[in-house]
Write a protein that binds this ligand. Structure first.
Ligand code: GDP
Length: 184
């Protein structure tokens, strides 16, 4: 049988900067052919970005204010079927930090034992003080309350492209697309 295409999934509150980040990730890789397909019957809710034969990035509906009512059911259903899901990226707004609604996603990921990574977005908009406070709060939260969260937080700006290259490398790594270097 053909191997299943590997997937990574991006989730976050509405307006967290998810579409901008996905655009930024791909605009830096113009050589990669990206095909967007939508879930049948769920237009505007789940997008699949197929990156050549390498992997598929799954863009989940945003949660929180103005979120689709069925966010929880849809994401839950997807996460439960996750045979080929290599890593989930949970986006947190760098200006406002971790919000109560982010717990919906954290609890779901923890409950299903899904390995995930937190990404702090819009860092160009946060002052250094605010950014530091939010980073420390998240680090503390991850340490005290999570099992499946990668301890390294990724800081990105889709406007200034900071952190985007590192995130691309990490996505390439978790999807097995970085060739291993032989130890000499
Ligand atoms: P989504 O709802 O999570 O897909 O969020 P969008 O990508 O549509 O972004 C929401 C708003 O935040 C838009 O007005 C974006 O222009 C803005 N935004 C997104 N990313 C950044 C960023 O890195 N820096 C700044 N300054 N604004 C951003």
């Amino acid at each position: 049988p053909l191997p299943l295409p590997l997937q990574v999934c991006f989730i976050g509150r509405s307006n967290v900067g998810k579409s901008s980040l996905i655009r930024a990730l791909f605009s830096l890789a113009p050589e990669v052919e990206v095909r967007v397909s939508k879930t049948p019957g769920h237009t505007k809710k789940m997008n699949f970005f197929k990156v050549g034969k390498y992997f598929t990035l799954v863009d989940m509906p945003g949660y929180g204010y103005r979120a689709p009512q069925d966010f929880v059911e849809m994401v839950e259903a997807y996460l439960q079927e996750r045979h080929n899901l290599k890593r989930t990226f949970l986006l947190v707004d760098g200006v406002v930090g971790l919000q109560k609604t982010d717990n919906i996603a954290v609890e779901m990921l923890e409950e299903f034992g899904i390995p995930y990574v937190m990404v702090l977005t819009k860092i160009d908009r946060a002052s250094r003080g605010v950014l530091l406070k939010n980073v420390l709060e998240i680090q503390e939260f991850v340490k005290e309350n999570t099992q499946g969260c990668f301890p390294q937080l990724f800081l990105v700006s889709s406007v200034e492209f900071s952190g985007v290259h590192l995130l691309r490398c990490f996505v390439a790594h978790v999807t097995g697309n970085l060739p291993t270097v032989e130890a000499s």
